[in-house]
Design a binder for this molecule. Sequence first.
Ligand code: AMP
Ligand code: ZN
Length: 486
Amino acid sequence: MARAMTELRLFNSLTRQLETFQPVHPGEARVYTCGPTVYNYPHIGNMRAYVFADVLGRTLCFKGYRLTHVINITDVGHLTDDADAGEDKMEKMAAEKAQSIWDIARHYTEAYWADIKALNIRQPAQWTIATDYIDQMIQFASDIADKHCYELASGLYFDVSTVADYGRLARAVTDDGEGRIDEVAGKRNAADFAIWRKTPPGETRQMEWDSPWGRGAPGWHLECSVMSGAVLGFPFDIHTGGIDHREIHHPNEIAQNQAHCCTNGLDVAANSGANIWMHNNFLVERSGKMSKSSGEFLRLQLLIDKGYHPLAYRMLCLQAHYRSELEFSWEGLGAALTRLKRLVMAVTNLRAQADPAKTPGPRFADHLKRFDAAVADDLNTAVALTVLEEVATTKKVDAGEKLAAIVTMDAVLGLGLLHLDRAELRVRPKAVEMTEEHIAAAIALRKELRSQQNYAALDRNRDELAAKGVEVMDGDPLGWDWKLGE
Ligand code: AMP
Ligand code: ZN
C-alpha cells in the first residue's frame, strides 16, 4: 500500500497537467522507458533520461508501490530521421565499421549498461531487446493492418486518420506534423508512418525477417508499442522518454496502441496504452559536443577520463527539475562534485560514530515529511536534496538516527552515499602521469615538514608538485589533501 504521506503528483504530458498517481493495479506501478538505440555510445544527455526514469522508479518504491520497470534496447528499426526518411541507424553504423550488426549491438549495449551501473541506475525488472520480439511485432501489425494500415512498395503504413485525435500528445497539427518534410510517395497523410519497412528489391539487410508484407524490418514505433504491451499489459501506468519523443515517437506509439486496443475491444481509457506519459527535458551544451558525430563527444567516460566521478553527473541531474532544460558545463559539474563531496564527508564522519539506526526516529519526522512532499511534487529532487543536506548538517543528534534518515532519502536520490569513499571523489584526470603512491609519499613528507615548521621546504614541495600537475589543498574545508590540476 502507498504510504499515508503526501499523495504522488506527476506531470502527464497527455493532459499537460499534474495528476495524482492512481495505479491501474492496486499497490503496483508499471513503468516503460524508451531505451537507447545501440548504434553508438550514449551521450550524457541520453543518460539524463535514464537518471530521471530511475528517480521515478525509486520514488514509486518509496511511496510503497511494487515497481515493475521495463527498459528496451533498440537494436533494429530506428532510422537516422524520426520520420520515414533516412537509413536504419544500426545498418549504417555496421556498414561504416564493416562489422556485424549483432556485434555492434552487443558492444554498445554493454557500454550503455556500464553507464547505467556507474550512475547508480537500478536494473529494471526487464530489459526488452527489440529483435527478441519480432514475432509479436508481426502479430500486432497483422491485428491492426486491415482497419488501420495500407501497403506501399516501401512498406506497411499506419493511416493516422483512422484513430481519434492523432497527435494530441504532441499538440501537433495532423496534416503537416513537424519533421516529416521527406515525403514518401503514396502516403495518405503526411503524418502516416511505416510500421513495417520492406527491404528494397535487390538489397539484403543484415537484419531482416519474413512477414505478410514481404521481407523487411519493423518500424521503430511498433517496437515500443509491442514490447510495452507484451510485458506490462495495456493499459499500464507510466511511459517515459526524452521530450523529443513527445513529438513523433510517442504520438505514433499511442496511435498504434489505440488501434490495437480498439481492435481488441478495450475501452477508450485503455487506448493510449499508458495512463501517464512523462518526458524529461534536454541536457544542452553550447559548443555542440553533445552530438555523437563530433570528435570528443560528451560520454560519461569522457567525464571519468577528466577525473570526475560519474555520480557528480547524477548530482548535476538531481539539482535540476527533470522538466527543465539543464545546461552542461565543466564548472557546473565541478560544483556538483563539491556538493557530493560534502555529503560524503558528512556521511563518512557519521559512519565512524555509529551504524544507521533501523528507523530514522522522531527527530527527523519533519525532514522526512518535507522530503516526501518534495519528491511527491512531480519529483522535485532539487528541493529534496536540500532537505537531505539539512539532515546531514543538523548538530547534536544521534549519529545512528541521522544516518538512518540519510539512508532513507538516498534510497530515492540514488547517490549511494553510504558506499562512496571520499578518496574516490578526487579529481584525477587520466592524462596526469604521477602515480597515487608518489602523491601519497609527497603528502606524507608535507606533513612532516609542517610539523618541523619548515615553511620554505613546504613551499618548494608545493611548487614541485604543481609542476607535476598536483595541486595540494592545505586547509581545504573538506579535508582534501590534494587534487590533480587541469
Ligand atoms: P536515443 O538513443 O536517441 O533513442 O535516445 C535515448 C533517450 O535519450 C531518449 O529518451 C531521448 O529522448 C533522450 N535524449 C536524447 N538527447 C537528449 C538530451 N540532450 N538530453 C536529455 N535526453 C535526451
Ligand atoms: Zn520507444
